[in-house]
Design a protein around this ligand. Structure first.
Ligand code: DC
Length: 238
């Protein structure tokens, strides 16, 4: 079976992470959470006294942290300078600062390079989730999915994940972060022209996973059929 690269983009609360992990696990692919990488570099900036409101300071420090992502969908890991930051990168403090840090072009260049290198070394293929994967990081991905959902549905899901948080406050924070991520100059959150849009508002997680698994399998079949046709059309070698 050919290696396959799947890009899954969309705003937060659309079920991107759960879907991407489950699809990767179901199809025996690697999995990369690129949001975790931006959170990890944000965590490093705040832990090392870099002012996240100072783009020049962030740009200067962007190359310093060593960020390593484990790509097993059953156990995705992330370390910064050897420290496991799986928990610390999910704090409200990091969440409130990550848009500012990820808007800095030097940060994006650094993390994009890391993402391309991870994707190119995944033997059976990989599911990469983020905001700019289909548009910028992996424009030649075999399949691009753009997940959407109403702001209400997204806020309700995020509040459920962060048990006990106020849905209205979560919605406000989420809409604010989306606006920042969509309006930044360098590789904003955007749907690629050739991405398949899936509105998850009225779908269960299982339905979204099934839908994406089917799309990957269809794409794999289409690719294999094209290759077989090309092979049979080639003149026999002498
Ligand atoms: O998916 P997440 O909520 O963990 O992402 C955290 C932030 O990282 C998000 O607000 C924007 C940024 N991000 C990005 O700019 N580009 C990506 N490919 C992934 C995430």
């Amino acid at each position: 079976m050919e290696s396959v690269i799947v890009a899954i983009d969309g705003p937060s609360g659309t079920g991107k992470s759960s879907t991407s992990r489950a699809v990767a696990a179901a199809l025996g692919l690697s999995y990369l959470d690129t949001g975790a990488q931006y959170r990890a570099i944000t965590w490093w900036m705040t832990s090392n006294g870099v002012d996240v409101q100072d783009p020049a300071a962030i740009a200067t420090a962007a190359a310093k942290p060593a960020i390593v992502s484990g790509t097993d969908p059953a156990n995705p890991t992330i370390t910064v300078d050897g420290v496991d930051v799986t928990g610390p990168i999910r704090t409200p403090d990091v969440t409130s600062k990550v848009s500012a840090v990820s808007a800095v072009p030097e940060v994006r260049a650094r993390i994009t390079e890391l993402q391309r290198s991870i994707a190119s070394s995944a033997a059976t293929g990989i599911v990469v989730e983020g905001r700019d994967i289909g548009t910028t990081v992996l424009p030649d991905a075999d399949l691009k999915i753009f997940l959407t959902a109403s702001p209400e549905a997204r806020a309700a899901r995020r509040s459920g994940e962060l048990k006990g948080t106020d849905v209205a406050a979560t919605k406000e924070a989420l809409v604010k972060r989306d606006a920042a991520d969509s309006s930044r100059k360098t590789s904003p959150l955007a749907k690629a022209d050739d991405a398949v849009e899936v509105d998850t508002t009225d779908l269960t997680l299982e339905q979204v996973i099934e839908c994406v698994v089917t799309l990957v399998e269809e794409r794999r079949c289409a690719t294999e059929n094209t290759e077989n046709t090309e092979n049979t059309e080639k003149p026999a070698a002498r």
